[in-house]
Design a protein around this ligand. Structure first.
Ligand code: KIV
Length: 284
């Protein structure tokens, strides 16, 4: 990667030219079942991908939450295949080892197996993704089968499924035990290597985690899951509407506003650029 002034940065990254780069595989993630709980964070661009990886988080979800936290939509429904490819490419350029999981957006997999497989192939070939995630339980088992049959690892997602939650069932905690267990079993039987449980009753999450042989990835589903995922902008305090189950570990939004306010004031006051900044500029 080149620095903005044209010099080489400390951390060159050219994935397509560096065969030594090996990303964490879906198989390795699956083998974490029942071991120490592991963290997953979303990321949508190169620098934040780098920060996530530097924090020792080796699974990155390029979530369709990009619609809310980056693109300014109120929901995930408008997110496109192109959006996910674009953001996944950026994360791939900024990271070397992390497993990149691309979220299949609404409309990219519901119509047919062929559509779903075509989109999944694009996430891998063009987006640099290592696996894909799609929302749905028993109703999406056939799609999971079709994609895994082509060699692309799939993560399922049950409980609250935000792409369609706004169209009917809403975002309240899911408590229908038999339905949730049936969905989880169907997703596993269809070949998924992991499954997201979003806002599922904590005891049902525990039961599903014990029943399945693939890792459960919890979000708002309590402490018993094999992994926990959060949206980057919630972890860092860069989004005003964090859900109640998310923990904000910093208030980066406030830090950014304070820094920008100081910059603006220094320009208005004629303080920036100061002597130091002027000295650093090359005379062409
Ligand atoms: O899009 C996303 O970030 C997600 C997580 C909330 C699991 O699907």
């Amino acid at each position: 990667m080149k620095a903005r002034n044209g010099t080489e940065s400390a951390r060159p990254y050219e994935p397509e030219k560096n065969p030594a780069i090996r990303r964490l595989t879906a198989g390795a993630i699956k083998r974490r079942k029942g071991k120490t709980p592991f963290p997953i964070a979303t990321a949508y661009d190169a620098p934040f991908g780098q920060f996530v990886e530097a924090a020792g988080i080796d699974v990155i979800l390029v979530g369709d939450s990009v619609g809310n936290v980056v693109l300014g939509y109120d929901e995930t429904t408008p997110v496109t295949t192109e959006n996910i490819i674009y953001h996944s490419q950026a994360v791939a350029r900024g990271t070397t080892r992390a497993h990149i999981m691309a979220d299949m957006p609404f409309g990219s997999y519901q119509v047919s197996d062929e559509d779903a497989l075509r989109a999944a192939i694009r996430f891998v070939k063009e987006g640099g993704a290592c696996s894909v995630k799609l929302e749905g339980g028993r109703d999406q088992a056939q799609r999971i089968r079709a994609i895994t049959a082509a060699g692309i690892p799939v993560v399922g997602h049950i409980g609250v499924t935000p792409q369609t939650a706004g169209l009917g069932p809403g975002f309240k905690m899911r408590t229908h035990r038999d339905r949730l267990i049936d969905d989880a079993r169907s997703v596993e039987a269809a070949g998924a290597y992991a499954i997201v449980l979003e806002v599922v009753d904590f005891e049902i999450s525990r039961e599903i985690t014990e029943l399945l042989s693939i890792p459960t990835i919890g979000i708002g589903s309590g402490p018993h899951c094999d992994a926990q995922v959060l949206v980057l902008h919630d972890i860092l305090g860069m989004y005003p509407h964090s859900p109640p189950f998310a923990k904000r570990y910093a208030e980066v939004g406030n830090i950014a506003t304070a820094a920008l306010t100081r910059f603006a004031q220094e320009v208005r006051d004629g303080v920036f650029p100061g002597v130091g900044e002027r000295a650093g500029v090359k005379v062409l």
